[in-house]
Design a protein around this ligand. Structure first.
Ligand code: DUC
Ligand code: ZN
Ligand code: ZN
Length: 478
């Protein structure tokens, strides 16, 4: 038997289910053995005293996605996967976005060209379905799902992406028949349009009014409607980027009814509030414009509670990388554009895991197994990548992270590896950061240095999803 390429000694491993101490033997990019006192490897790393966790899987991030407003995403597959690797993420799943009038297959082919030769870590694609023509519904979508694109996102808002209600139902029916996972962006588009018009007429143009144009009720109503359509069609769905209490209440209700309604949240709903959108004469607040918008401290607490109690299955970045300076990003419509003309989205690929590890696990809010489930294992199950990805098990890919804790680091954009010129988390403290990130057994980040190679990341075809069931809320019998 060939020697191990690498042995990680004395690892304190955590999976979504267990914590155990083991040596990890890695051969040909996979975990070949777990045990005590494994034979010597060609290379050895001592992890004594440190957590070794499955690499993060970011199941919701946008890289080099074509935009229809003239803006351009700053991160492509090269800088996006570099940034991910430096933050402990070893698989990303960005979106092949169908433009209206385009065939879905053409969108997927175009996205492969954008990724080709650039990714440093493995990647799969979700699709975005924005134009569900009869041809897309009857042929392209079922065929692509079967070929390994087993999840797609649909939008209830954004003029260039949104589907009408009847289209949503038709698309959900295809997902049910084909076994795909549908990610739903739940905001009521007509409410947003009406509020936006009123705000602009009243001269309220600053970034902070983005939050006023998309209040919680807008998300609550659309969440309820999405749930109703999923129930009607009898198909599981994932409500993405849930921002606060009223949407959580809808989801919890649905889960309590036994409906297969899954939910995702993101760092912006734990660490930002609407106040980060700034004051009336401050365009810098555009840096925190994302949809749904960040809410308030009380809603942050509801999101923490939902992560802990099992309402949420996955925790993603929703990395949507627009530069603040220059004509391509947040200022595509000018330096004093009204809030509705600012591209939506904020960066977060590199900081997602450290923020949740520090403030969730080390902060005493989440146990380590739940952290692994939310950031890796459940994501792999949700999108058909498990058990190759998302676990520490013999035969799985050696996508592993050794974590340093007690690092007392302050997040600074200057230290990050994306191509965006800011982070909304500037100045936030984290106590954990990856010391070593292995992607299929190769170091891509080690002791503060990026070691990845463009083109080493492989495209992953996704099987049909096998999501973990939501944890039913246990009512107090008293
Ligand atoms: N909202 C989205 O729906 N997608 C990208 C970023 C954002 O803020
Ligand atoms: Zn969205
Ligand atoms: Zn998104």
């Amino acid at each position: 038997m060939k020697p191990f390429d690498l042995v990680i000694r004395n690892a304190r491993c955590a999976t979504a289910a267990d914590v155990f101490d083991a040596d990890i033997g890695i051969r040909d990019g996979r975990i070949a053995a777990l045990g005590q006192g494994l034979a010597a490897g060609r290379e050895e790393v001592d992890a004594a005293g440190r957590w070794v966790l499955p690499g993060g899987i970011d199941g919701h991030c946008h890289l080099d996605q074509p935009m229809s407003d003239g803006s351009k995403m700053a991160d492509d597959f090269l800088t996006g996967t570099r940034s991910a690797a430096c933050g402990g993420t070893t698989t990303v799943i960005p979106f092949a976005c169908q433009l209206k009038g385009q065939s879905l297959r053409a969108a997927v082919e175009d996205y492969h060209r954008r990724a080709e030769g650039k990714a440093a870590i493995d990647y799969a694609f979700h699709m975005i379905v924005s134009d569900p023509t009869p041809q897309v519904l009857a042929e392209e979508l079922p065929a692509l799902i079967a070929e390994g694109y087993s999840s797609f996102k649909i939008y209830m808002t954004y003029d260039d992406l949104k589907l009408a209600d009847r289209q949503i139902i038709d698309v959900l029916a295809v997902a049910r028949d084909a076994g795909a996972m549908v990610m739903m962006h739940a905001e009521n588009t007509d409410c947003i349009a009406w509020l936006t018009e009123r705000l602009l007429k009243a001269g309220r143009r600053a970034p902070r009014y983005h939050a006023a144009a998309r209040p919680m009720l807008v998300e609550r109503e659309a969440t309820h409607r999405a749930i109703s359509y999923a129930e009607l069609v009898d198909v599981p769905i994932l409500i993405v980027h849930v921002s606060g209490r009223e949407a959580v209440e809808q989801i919890r209700w649905a889960q309590g009814q036994g409906l297969r309604i899954y939910a995702e949240t993101c760092p912006q709903y734990l660490f930002l509030t609407a106040e980060d959108l700034g004051s009336d004469d401050d365009f810098h607040g555009a840096k925190c414009i994302c949809s749904p918008p960040p809410r308030d401290k009380a809603n942050q607490q509801v999101i923490w509670d939902g992560l802990e109690s099992g309402v949420f299955q996955v925790f993603s970045s929703d990395h949507a990388p627009f530069r603040f300076a220059g004509p391509d990003g947040k200022q595509v419509a000018g330096a004093d554009a009204s809030f509705d003309q600012v591209p939506n989205g904020i960066p977060g690929l590199e900081t997602r895991l450290a923020l949740l590890f520090s403030h969730g696990v080390l902060g005493g809010r989440l146990d380590i197994c739940r952290f692994v489930a939310l950031t890796s294992t459940n994501v792999a199950k949700m999108y058909g990548l498990y058990p190759r990805k998302g676990s520490i098990a013999v035969g799985a890919d050696a996508d592993l992270v050794i974590w340093d804790t007690g690092v007392e680091r302050v997040i600074r954009n200057a230290d990050l590896h994306h191509a965006v010129d800011y982070t909304p988390y500037e100045g936030l403290r984290v106590d954990a950061w990856p010391a070593l990130t292995l992607a299929r057994g190769r170091a891509v980040w080690r002791d503060g240095a990026y070691l990845g190679e463009a083109g080493r990341g492989e495209f992953l075809r996704c099987a049909l999803p096998t999501p973990a069931q939501p944890k039913p809320r246990v009512e107090d019998p008293a």
